[in-house]
Ligand binder design. Structure first.
Ligand code: SAM
Length: 349
């Protein structure tokens, strides 16, 4: 154990400080709901043109004035809003990320992570640990992707795709800068959601033709995104099941797809890519990678979300390599691409 391990040295532990630290950790759930309320009420959007009083915000948001003041005060204590005096609040850099439709926005991410599916699944988290698997069937009556495919959950599903897109924008610049696509003509974004990843690559490489393969309720969003970016003529979106088949390509992109599935399922997806690619073809996997145990590591927290939500997990490099090898891929390069994610370049063997 090292001094970097929080609370590791029991001989030097201070019970009062430890209790405060545990209470701070426990506040995480409430903090998430503060972000939820600020985002759902568009408070950051109301403050976009400058500071307002809580009463002015409440009038625009259609919310209770005193409750809005208390919410904004809490958000100011978290550094999401600034306090300007006289019950007036402004936006901080963090607060700007809660705005709708601005570059770098995390609005969909916040709404989906505090929305019904995620919240109900976290409610059964101890059960997930007891049984070693997500309690999605019990909490939602379906696995999480079946739940999102139901027409009555269309709005939440669209938020989920958009939330994935927001996370993609954190990493695409790093990937585009790192990946060498000179010998690539066709790219398939496997489970590509709105296609942010492949579209960023296509924008940087005008020769590339790109495709998203994803579930039927998702692909329309990808077509819309390609149209918005003026890339429709080189892009298509295919409704399909990556456990059955993926279209042929020179390069496959798999961003935060493998972490949704167990090892056997990951092998099946990668084998389908391997069957459709020529020898020497490539794949680029973007995922978090679990690092040294006992150090602060966001990947281990994301791993808990995977346990709560899915059949999957975050993995360390050895675990990834075992899956890659079983599907006849070899990892050739690994590099950080931003936001705690790593690009892993694979070659077909
Ligand atoms: C965690 S999201 C990642 C989305 C995207 N790659 C990104 O990072 O923005 C996983 C994606 O896999 C898709 N998916 C789930 N099951 C699938 C299946 N059987 N076939 C194809 N896509 C699937 C989901 O609809 C979702 O878009």
């Amino acid at each position: 154990m090292t001094d970097e391990t929080p609370g590791a040295d029991s001989a030097r532990s201070d019970p009062a400080a430890d209790a405060t630290a545990v209470m701070d950790l426990l506040a995480g759930g409430g903090i998430a709901q503060i972000l939820h309320a600020v985002t759902a009420l568009h408070i950051a959007d109301h403050l976009a043109d400058g500071a307002l009083t809580a009463e002015e915000v409440a009038e625009r948001a259609g919310s209770h004035a005193q409750a809005t003041y208390r919410l904004m005060r809490a958000a100011a204590s978290l550094g999401v809003l600034s306090y300007e005096g006289d019950r007036r609040f402004g936006l901080t850099g963090r607060g700007r990320l809660l705005r709708d439709g601005v570059p770098g926005s995390l609005r969909s991410q916040i709404l989906v992570q505090t929305g019904p599916a995620h919240w109900r699944l976290w409610g059964l988290f101890p059960e997930a640990v007891r049984h070693g698997t997500s309690q999605a069937r019990k909490a939602l009556g379906a696995d999480v992707f079946e739940y999102f495919a139901r027409p009555e959950n269309a709005e939440e599903a669209a938020l989920f795709s958009s939330a994935m897109g927001e996370m993609s924008t954190l990493v695409t610049q790093g990937v585009v800068a790192a990946v060498d696509a000179t010998d690539v003509a066709t790219v398939v974004d496997v489970g590509g959601a709105e296609g942010q990843f492949v579209l960023a690559l296509m924008a940087a490489e005008p020769r590339l033709r790109g495709q998203v393969v994803d579930l039927p309720h998702v692909v329309e969003g990808a077509r819309r995104e390609a149209e918005n970016r003026g890339l429709s003529d080189r892009f298509s979106a295919v409704a399909g099941d990556f456990f059955i088949e993926v279209p042929a390509a020179d390069l496959y992109l798999l961003k935060t797809v493998l972490h949704d599935w167990n090892d056997e399922q990951c092998t099946a997806i990668l084998r389908n890519c391997r069957s459709a690619v020529h020898d020497g073809g490539r794949a680029l996997v973007v995922e978090m990678v679990i690092g040294d145990i006992g150090k602060p590591d966001f990947a281990t927290l994301s791993d808990m979300a995977m346990l709560a939500m899915t059949n999957g997990m975050e993995r360390d490099l050895d675990e990834f390599d075992a899956i890659f090898a079983s599907a006849r891929w070899r990892r050739e390069k690994t590099y950080p691409v931003g936001g705690g994610y790593y690009g892993m370049e694979l070659v077909a063997i």
